[in-house]
Design a protein around this ligand. Sequence first.
Ligand code: AMP
Length: 534
Amino acid sequence: MSDATAKKEERRKFQAIRGTRDLLPPETELWNRVEQTAHEVFATFGFGEIRLPIFELTELFTRAVGGETDVVAKEMYSFIDRAVPDIDRASGQVFSREVLYAGGDAFARYVDRFEGFLDRLKSAYETGEIPSNDANRAGIERLEKYRATAREKIQWGEFPASPEAVADYAAAAFAFVQGMQLGYPLALRPEATASVCRAYIEHGMQSLPQPVKLYYTGPMFRRERPQKGRYRQFYQIGAEILGGTDAPAIDAEVIEMLMTFFDKVGLQGATLYINSIGHNAENCRRGYVATLKSALEKVKDQLGPDSQRRIDTNPLRVLDSKLESEQPIIATLPHIADHLCDECKTHYSAAKRQLELRGVLYQENWRLVRGLDYYMRTTFEITAPGLGSQNAVCGGGRYDGLVELLGGPPTKGIGFAIGEDRLILSLQESGKGQTQQGRDVYIAWMGERAYAAAIRAARDLRNAGFSVELPPVEQKFGKALSQADKLGAKYALILGDNEVSEALWTLKTLSTGEQQKFPEPELIDFLRNQKSQS
Ligand code: AMP
């Protein structure tokens, strides 16, 4: 292979992993603007920011998102962590060959070491440093028996006859250790609601004034098939309201906040869809699901394989289907609105009235459902133009049972997650994603005296909030000005011998070519005035 080919291969090897991407300037400026708007708008609604870990126990997501959902069953990046460092190290050392072959009373010394290891394992098991599960319970039991036999052998002077016999002995014990799971199963978070609820419980937030209003921003991970608007590392901006009442005004206010945010970032053509999915009771959603299921059974042979499977596993999810051929059939299915219990009905109409009070426009969509038991009543989704098939920029809903499901007290909850990647795409498509590129001022300097003035000017301008480019080496003015143009600078500050000796600095407006002279202290004032007018 030629050097050039090898280099090319190397370059190809180190590319961002499929489904992940680099976000580069100037686009990142738009991302910052969007996030800054979220900070500002959410703060005006009394929300505080929570920063969460990127990975959690896999079980948190299995429990909260549901083990049968695609997100958890198929798309999660999960791994078994290593054991805590001393156990990880010891599990290799205790059984290492050099001890086993050391001769003399090697066996007794080996058993001592092994016992130390076993005691450490047991205490780690009790304190939760290693997972509490069947494999570990069984492993510790087996190792205990092994310890008892070894001690007996030593007591009766029955040492293994050869180093090989000691090695066999140790290998048996090591096999028990290998059958254990010394590290926790962890997963990169596929969403953040579960983490927020975990944090609410972990930090005893139920004793704070309720409700607790939290928001977050950050990357989520799902092993989906990448396409436009769908990534394996994508970003969400989300908010949750936990505790207090489930008054419909809460549902409406969280939606109002969301629409205010979309409005402030300049998202155009956003449509809000809402629905109520009742609650998990016989006289409400469960009754509906039974009715839906029998209706689906009747049309089963007209449905695709995914929907056919869902009739048994999760009939509500059939309503999510985007399959063209299924649409006319789905249109004939019973609606949940006709099956809500009185309380859920009242809650839904009140939530709609509360939205109207706030001037929030909505459309009802009876097919908007969530497949998990703890989701209840209000669900909503926002779509935006310019996104193709992945046109949902936000999903949300009420989930009153979730905190309890994770071991906390019964707690009301509602929240949403905005897909930031899609929001950005939609802003760009509609021309609202322009970012201000370039520098305010490029300092074109020549000569040593001018350079000292240039350094001072750069510092003062930057302190005043202007973005400044100070070339590190001297350039001819012509070259400096063309460089300033390339960088999209608004002004070139020209500093040469004349300027320094006259103490009058030349400022060139690059769009018009106009040049003006200013005494040093007036320059910043002039630029400030220009900025405030633009
Ligand atoms: P969910 O957590 O599934 O309710 O998703 C909330 C929002 O996150 C969706 O409406 C999308 O805008 C966004 N989203 C979900 N999955 C992805 C993904 N793989 N890539 C980009 N955005 C996503």
